[in-house]
Design a protein around this ligand. Structure first.
Ligand code: ADP
Ligand code: MG
Ligand code: MG
Length: 312
């Protein structure tokens, strides 16, 4: 992710959601607004992380199928997650937790880079049906009708949180900012001189290089790529985008998918889903949706853009 140089800003970098985040504000010099952003990041990290004991998602996953009362924001994100699960035929699957936790793509220790036993995957797969997540919007309760289903919102949470931070920035009268959550970019307005921001789409496996740049305002730009979290074993790349049908990394000829949209939760869910669906079905889905554009980057670095993509 790259942004055109415009040097007059305040910013803050921190580590949340297992990734580096950076908030940059161009049109205000008030550090307390950055404090507020980081408080929101902290709040949503401890609400939505499946790994954090006592989070809403942890509580649901450890409920044994009894109803759990959660924060209205958790309900809202679960509603959006189930919507995208339906829309993508389960390619985006928020109930994949039991499979996801068999893999470790992020450890610095090579010993953790192992392929799970087939038997472990076979045992987990029957408990990945997102229909088991039932929501009562009138009481803010969530019930797992299959208590072995485990929710993991890693493929949509950063987008949702970026949208929440943007809402907060707008409430503080910020009209020029960039929210960067681990490469998920959400633009607030335009540069202070009203010109567009420039955001680069990373060239997979070539840090510092860009496939293309996008000049735009107010948009979300989210990428799902094999190069973000992966390990290599015996010549095979095992990456973190899992095929819900097999429990193994998706095998196709893509390196990444970038989604440009208004809301970042939409972009995040769809970038993951389009990678899983692959270039044909993924593009068909994108062309059927208003206001959502995509770039599919193949493993030979050729790129296919949706019809309205804002290519520079
Ligand atoms: P990143 O986490 O790098 O931003 P994504 O938004 O594409 O990338 O989310 C990928 C993460 O979501 C994985 O690390 C895993 O935890 C989870 N995940 C993997 N495959 C799926 C899937 N098919 N549906 C939903 N979540 C998934
Ligand atoms: Mg995603
Ligand atoms: Mg993402």
């Amino acid at each position: 992710l790259q942004t055109a140089s415009y040097t007059d800003y305040i910013d803050r970098t921190s580590f949340y959601f297992d990734t580096v985040i950076n908030i940059r504000i161009y049109d205000q010099k008030d550090e307390s607004i950055l404090d507020g952003c980081m408080e929101l990041a902290q709040k949503y990290d401890s609400l939505l992380s499946a790994q954090t004991q006592g989070s809403d998602i942890w509580n649901i996953n450890h409920s044994g199928g009894t109803p759990v009362t959660v924060d209205p924001d958790t309900i809202s994100l679960l509603d959006q997650s189930l919507y995208y699960a339906d829309l993508t035929g389960g390619a985006f699957n928020p109930a994949l937790g039991s499979v996801i936790s068999l893999w470790d793509f992020t450890s610095d220790d090579e010993k953790d880079h192992t392929v799970p036993d087939n038997s472990a995957i076979e045992e987990a797969l029957p408990h990945t049906d997102y229909h088991a997540i039932t929501i009562d919007n009138s009481t803010n309760t969530v019930t797992l009708t299959d208590p072995d289903v485990q929710i993991d919102l890693g493929a949509i949470a950063k987008g949702f949180i970026a949208d929440k931070i943007k809402e907060y920035l707008l409430s503080q009268n910020v009209s020029s900012a960039i929210i960067n959550l681990g490469g998920n970019a959400l633009l607030v307005g335009s540069k202070p001189d009203n010109s567009s921001f420039t955001v680069g789409i990373e060239k997979p496996f070539s840090s510092g290089d860009y496939i293309t740049t996008i000049s735009t305002t107010d948009k979300s730009i989210v990428t799902s790529g094999v190069y973000e979290r992966y390990f290599e074993l015996d010549g095979t790349i095992y990456h973190h985008l899992l095929d819900p049908a097999t429990g193994f990394p998706v095998q196709n000829d893509l390196y990444s998918v970038t989604i440009v949209s208004d809301n970042s939760a939409d972009g995040d869910a769809l970038s993951t889903a389009c990678f899983v669906l692959g270039p044909e079905a993924g593009m068909e889905l994108i062309e059927s949706l208003d206001g959502i554009e995509a770039a599919f980057v193949y493993n030979n670095y050729s790129v296919v853009y949706s019809s309205g993509f804002p290519i520079n």
